[in-house]
Design a protein around this ligand. Structure first.
Ligand code: GLN
Length: 178
């Protein structure tokens, strides 16, 4: 989260850490960071954020989800932890930890629609988008064709972490949706 905040501040944003449902009214866009999607889901439930988040996303709040954040935006999670559901936003099917244990972290350069030049992307126990349904634009793929970035209306989901390398260009795509 700190890395996202730093990137957003460098782009001129005022950053608020959203912990309560009413804070969703104050913001113009939301980043759901990486981490562990099962933990983020449980915390959202405990803090009473589940329904408010779903409603805000449905009502058009621009959102960027990275890695675990993207998992939680997907309409279908293939191997969810028990009780884990998404926040909605992306008509996608996602597979968690898609790169297995041995090869679970790597870096590569990607072409991302809407971004000039290559994006250096860190994949950390990353998910893959197995399928993208109606209304979903694929914005990034690995060389082998697997989908690692999508956009649907005002929701962007990416499997990787541009904030780790201080790259704000995908955050700029989010700001452009405001
Ligand atoms: N593997 C994690 C999950 O399932 C995601 C990892 C990440 O966000 N870097 O939630």
């Amino acid at each position: 989260m700190r890395e996202h905040a730093a990137v957003l501040e460098a782009l001129g944003c005022r950053v608020v850490l959203v912990k309560k449902p009413e804070q969703l009214e104050e913001i113009q866009a939301l980043v759901i960071p990486g981490g562990e999607s099962t933990t983020i889901f449980k915390l959202a439930e405990i803090f009473g954020m589940l329904q408010p988040l779903r409603t805000s996303i449905k009502n058009g709040l621009p959102v960027l989800g990275t890695c675990a954040g993207m998992i939680l935006l997907s309409s279908q999670i293939l191997d969810p932890a028990s009780g884990q559901e998404g926040f909605g936003g992306l008509n996608t099917t996602v597979r968690r930890n898609a790169f297995g244990n041995q090869n679970d972290s790597f870096e590569t350069d990607l072409i991302v629609t809407g971004v000039h030049g290559l994006v250096h992307a860190a994949f950390i126990r990353a998910p893959i988008i197995e399928s993208a349904g109606d209304g979903v634009e694929v914005i990034a793929r690995l060389e082998d064709g697997r989908i690692v970035g999508v956009r649907q209306d005002k929701v962007i989901g990416i499997s990787f972490h541009p904030e780790m390398v201080g790259d704000g260009r995908i955050h700029q795509l989010l700001l452009d949706l405001i």
